[in-house]
Write a protein that binds this ligand. Structure first.
Ligand code: ADP
Length: 256
């Protein structure tokens, strides 16, 4: 009868509430752990360049050092300071994204024109490493993008293709309209990514080869930023790769 039904319903709700609270507690615990790990990574990432800066500055100030040696140490200090500046800038961007104070101003743009401009801008860096940069785009694809942010996405991907490929290899940017979406692919025939790392590379500070990333000026944040920006555009991004053969990064954007 009614009172029995009410009691059972009440117990059910209580059990549901209990489960919800437990899930919430687990989520909070997870977030706390993530935050702790993130902070630990930041201090670790800053400690390495700082150690170099301090060590080399100490040597560079020795009075009887040869001029050319001093200059060599000063160049290293400068490079390390640049790395730290990049790291702090990227951390600041991610912090803004986390606080949702990050604004995307989407406007219609001709994707081929946008990619062509980017291609021309990046070409000298590729030529410097004796590499080619090919660009293929179907005519008249219109996308809704925040051009400044999206340029950051493409630069990060092309920078990676450049960093993780050997001299003389080829990188391509390809864009096409598919059934309900627009696809942009950056592909290289560089060192590739082992399968077990593939799912992690969009995480903050995740690197397959720490020393290669560091010596080429990597922060481990580039792909995390790519993911945030692409998702803020309503799109998706993933990487496919064969270790030793090359990598394709595929961005999908919603059709306008
Ligand atoms: P990083 O600053 O280290 O390049 P990213 O977030 O851009 O950081 O990339 C994360 C890691 O993914 C890199 O350290 C590298 O190991 C791997 N990676 C990214 N792009 C490529 C690529 N095109 N080829 C091979 N490895 C790549």
């Amino acid at each position: 009868d009614f009172s029995v039904r009410l009691q059972v319903k009440g117990e059910d709700e209580l059990a549901e509430l209990g489960e919800a609270i437990q899930t919430l507690a687990r989520d909070l615990e997870y977030l706390k752990k993530e935050r702790k790990e993130f902070l630990a990574s930041i201090s670790h990432e800053l400690r390495t360049p700082l150690t170099y800066v301090k060590g080399y500055a100490d040597i560079a100030r020795r009075p009887n050092l040869k001029e050319e040696e001093r200059n060599r140490y000063l160049s290293i200090i400068y490079e390390e300071a640049e790395n730290m500046q990049k790291l702090v800038k990227e951390l600041f961007e991610l912090a803004k994204m986390d606080q949702h104070s990050f604004q995307i101003h989407k406007e219609p743009a001709n994707l081929c024109d946008f990619l062509k401009k980017l291609h021309d801008k990046m070409l000298p860096a590729f030529h410097e490493k004796n590499m080619s940069l090919i660009y293929k785009c179907e005519k008249n694809i219109t996308v809704q993008i925040d051009q400044k942010r999206f340029e950051q996405v493409m630069i990060n991907l092309l920078d990676n293709a450049l960093k993780y490929s050997d001299e003389g290899s080829v990188v391509s940017i390809e864009a096409r309209a598919e059934k309900n979406s627009i696809v942009i692919i950056v592909s290289d025939n560089g060192i590739g990514i082992p399968e077990e790392d593939l799912h992690h590379i969009f995480e903050r500070f995740y690197r397959v080869d720490k020393s290669r990333s560091r010596t080429s000026g990597g922060t481990g944040l580039g792909l995390a930023i790519v993911k945030e920006i692409v998702e803020a555009h309503g799109g998706t991004v993933y990487a496919a790769s064969e270790y030793g053969k090359g990598t394709n990064v595929v961005i999908t954007l919603p059709e306008v």
